[in-house]
Ligand binder design. Structure first.
Ligand SMILES: *Cc1c(COP(=O)(O)O)cnc(C)c1O
Length: 409
């Protein structure tokens, strides 16, 4: 192959300039919602009518879960973890994780106990469910990454038997809340969504706590200063509070509200785009989907993929993944590696004492996973075929690029 055809080396891009709409895919309806909010003359407050409308509208989708909006997904995680805190307790969670989900564990005076993930979907490995058995386990915090939802039947059964709360971090996987939140037989203590601009509600900064237990919902006022009118009285937080300011941003709530009516459709288009792209990529060696195709709770915040460099005659090295990523980016594919280091190396609380080699699947994914953003509407099958053409062009060049691919980018 003539390497000059590659966009990185001067060739034409596979994805035409301007053909991809980046999330949060602005719409006229967002500007209208913001104008109406400005017309309300009030720009803040947990009790703002737009916040109430958002909570009620989402609540209608996920009943009997109660819904409470807060500042961020991280604030919602902090609130739930605080409710179930055990001083010095352990919170079982995945080694492939987001620093913002692990920070609140420390903020509650507890420690993460990491567990390896599955190579099927990058979520907790259900065959390691015995970790929930320790007497010091205060809670299990399940990150559902990339838009994947992981049902974890063994882990939930073990946790339910021992009455250990399971907190589902669905900040990038809101489809899991829609699908399993209303199911009375599904053991989940709290499900957390995020309205952060990169995620399905694409609204700026916003978090949502969904739970059956009204006490857990009320706990928001204990952690956060309310300064709002709830139940007709002015509430400057209930009798005592930690005083964190976790009030929801009303501008974000207004945008999130406009997204709710189309949320199921948005998820359907995301899934359709990802499945059609995966069908095209299946022809190429060494690239496999990092999600469970049979899981109805998936909502595809991004399309997660995993490289199998041996199938390309290359070593399992992060360099190979990053070099291939650079070639694809030059072609115009919005591709990235979500995280490159174990989560604990990002945390300021503990020196990184943990041995990453205890987590072989996490270790492998950190050097081989890739995700494609901008698979959401209005991007459609045409955009997916541009992405597929970029992969085909880059894959065709691999034999001629072997020495280059194993070097540090
Ligand atoms: C985004 C994210 C969070 C935090 O949500 P914010 O609303 O940004 O605070 C937590 N966990 C995971 C896995 C996330 O991707």
């Amino acid at each position: 192959m003539d390497l000059g055809k590659l966009a990185l080396f001067g060739g034409e891009r596979s994805v035409p300039e301007g053909s991809v709409v980046s999330w949060p895919a602005p719409e006229d309806g967002h500007a209208e919602a913001l104008r109406a909010l400005i017309g309300s003359g009030r720009y803040h407050g947990s009790d703002h009518p737009v916040v109430r409308q958002f909570e009620e509208a989402l609540g209608a989708h996920v009943a009997p879960l109660h819904v409470r909006a807060v500042a961020t997904g991280t604030a919602a995680l902090h609130t739930v973890l605080d409710y179930y805190r055990k001083p010095g307790g352990a919170v079982v969670t995945a080694a492939l994780n987001w620093p913002g989900a692990v920070g609140p564990i420390y903020a509650c005076g507890m420690k993460p106990r990491y567990v390896d993930v599955s190579l099927l979907d990058g979520c907790l490995d259900d065959s390691l469910a015995d970790v929930a058995a320790g007497d010091d386990v205060a809670a299990i915090l399940v990150p559902h990454l990339f838009g994947n939802f992981s049902r974890l039947p063994r882990l939930r059964q073990a946790a339910s038997r021992r009455k250990i709360p399971v907190i589902d971090d669905c900040t990038i996987s809101i489809g899991g809340i829609l699908r399993y939140g209303p199911d009375p037989d599904f053991y989940s203590t709290a499900m957390i969504a995020s309205g952060n601009g990169a995620k399905h509600l694409g609204a700026g900064e916003l978090g949502v706590l969904c739970a059956r237990n009204p006490g857990l919902i009320e706990h928001v006022d204990f952690v956060s200063v309310a300064t709002s009118l709830r139940k007709g009285d002015k509430v400057f937080s209930p009798p005592i509070s930690y005083g964190f300011n976790y009030r929801p941003n009303v501008f974000s709530a207004a945008i999130a509200l406009t997204r709710l009516a189309g949320l199921e459709d948005q998820i359907r288009v995301r899934a359709g785009n990802c499945l059609s792209l995966c069908r095209s990529l299946a022809r190429l060696p060494g690239v496999v989907p990092l999600f469970d195709e049979g899981e109805p709770g998936n909502s595809f915040c991004v399309l997660p993929l995993r490289l199998v460099p041996q199938e390309l005659g290359l070593p399992d090295s992060g360099y190979v993944r990053d070099r291939l990523g650079t070639l694809l980016q030059a072609e115009g594919v919005p591709v990235d590696a979500w995280l490159r280091r174990p989560v604990w190396t990002y945390m300021a609380f503990d020196p990184p004492r943990l041995d990453p080699e205890g987590f072989p699947n996490t270790d492998l994914l950190l050097s081989t996973m890739l995700d494609i953003r901008d698979i959401a509407p209005p991007n459609d099958g045409t955009v997916m075929s541009h992405y597929a053409a970029a992969f085909e062009k880059v894959w065709e060049a691999i034999p001629a690029l072997k020495d280059w691919l194993v070097q540090a980018p």
